[in-house]
Design a binder for this molecule. Structure first.
Ligand code: ATP
Length: 304
């Protein structure tokens, strides 16, 4: 069975003057998925998606959106691909309604802006001027404008930066709605939690290269330490017995508290060992590795 690719990037390279922003990036985004691009500052994420949008011309490699070249077929790609606008592109005095009508007029077959406004919770703010909107309202408008041309895919770059946790969660729900309506989403983000919650697959980009490409769970499995169990044993416990447990990466005892790093299997083995010795584990905590751990393992940080 062949998967239809909405976007394909192969061997992408882009430099600004002498400075390489993207050295070698390849990935393919399947139709209908939320594909994340995650990476430290300056890793080349924005440059990559700007090449996908046809806003920048690659130095090498190929980019295709629904089989089209975003530079050569710019007009067609613009109709297929909704891009979120930069905040500076909107006049501060423009009202929400005016912005929606204006952007709808740019497209041959626009979505009904009233329906979009309703879906994005903007109906009560139609007469509000852009400058007076909250961060979350601006982002909702930005998503509405990205969707107004009825695109098959959208590029959302750092959509939730600067939003408070509630507005961020609301925006996540909207992004899921967008995907559920059949639109493929290419999402650039700094936030691990966001990537973990939303993305079907993630390309971790570091220093202009793809450091890893996997599902969130797959990336977490690659983290060196996947699970940490800590507890205060009710009786004496020999560190050597713990160290010998399957996949135990490290064992530390400090002020009576034992911390074992390993895998889920190690955790089960610790529990069995304690049961065999009839030792009770007080204040038992088990922490799963997060995408943060995987990210730190996979990236070095472009500026470091
Ligand atoms: P951030 O997360 O900080 O937005 P990013 O991963 O999106 O970073 P890019 O914005 O693609 O990274 O930038 C990659 C590198 O290219 C950086 O070193 C950046 O300073 C540089 N760069 C980006 N745009 C330009 C430009 N127009 N002219 C010169 N250098 C640029």
């Amino acid at each position: 069975m062949s998967t239809t690719h909405m976007m394909e990037v192969n061997g992408l390279r882009k430099a600004y003057g002498g400075r390489t922003a993207v050295a070698d990036v390849s990935f393919a985004v399947a139709e209908g998925e939320i594909f994340g691009i995650l990476g430290p500052n300056g890793a080349g994420k924005t440059t990559t998606v700007e090449c996908v949008e046809g806003l920048r011309v690659p130095d090498a490699g190929t980019v295709r959106v629904a089989g089209l070249d975003p530079v050569a077929d710019h007009d067609k790609v613009t109709r297929l691909l909704g891009a979120q606008l930069q905040q500076s592109e909107l006049q501060p005095k423009l009202t929400v309604r005016e912005a929606l009508e204006l952007y709808a007029s740019f497209h041959p077959r626009p979505a009904d802006w009233r329906t979009l406004a309703e879906r994005l919770g903007l109906t009560d703010h139609l007469t509000a001027r852009y400058a007076t909107l909250s961060g979350g309202q601006k982002q909702r408008l930005s998503i509405a404008l990205a969707l107004i041309g009825n695109p098959k895919a959208v590029v959302l770059d750092e959509l939730t930066t600067g939003l408070d946790p509630r507005a961020r969660r609301e925006t996540w729900a909207l992004i899921e709605d967008v995907r559920d309506s059949g639109v493929t989403v290419l999402l650039v983000t700094h936030f691990m939690e966001e990537a973990q919650r939303l993305c079907d697959r993630i390309a971790v980009i570091d220093k202009g290269r793809v450091a890893a490409l996997d599902t969130p769970a797959g990336l977490i499995r690659r983290a060196t330490v996947s699970t940490v169990i800590s507890f205060t044993p009710s009786g004496p416990l020999d560190d050597r017995e713990l160290t010998a447990l399957p996949h135990a990466a490290s064992v530390q005892t400090q002020e009576g508290r034992v911390v074992v790093e390993g895998t889920d299997e190690t955790v089960n083995a610790v529990i069995s060992l304690l049961a065999r010795h009839r030792i009770t584990a007080h204040q038992l905590r088990v922490t799963e590795a997060s995408l943060d751990d995987a990210f730190l393992d996979l990236t070095t940080g472009a500026d470091r």
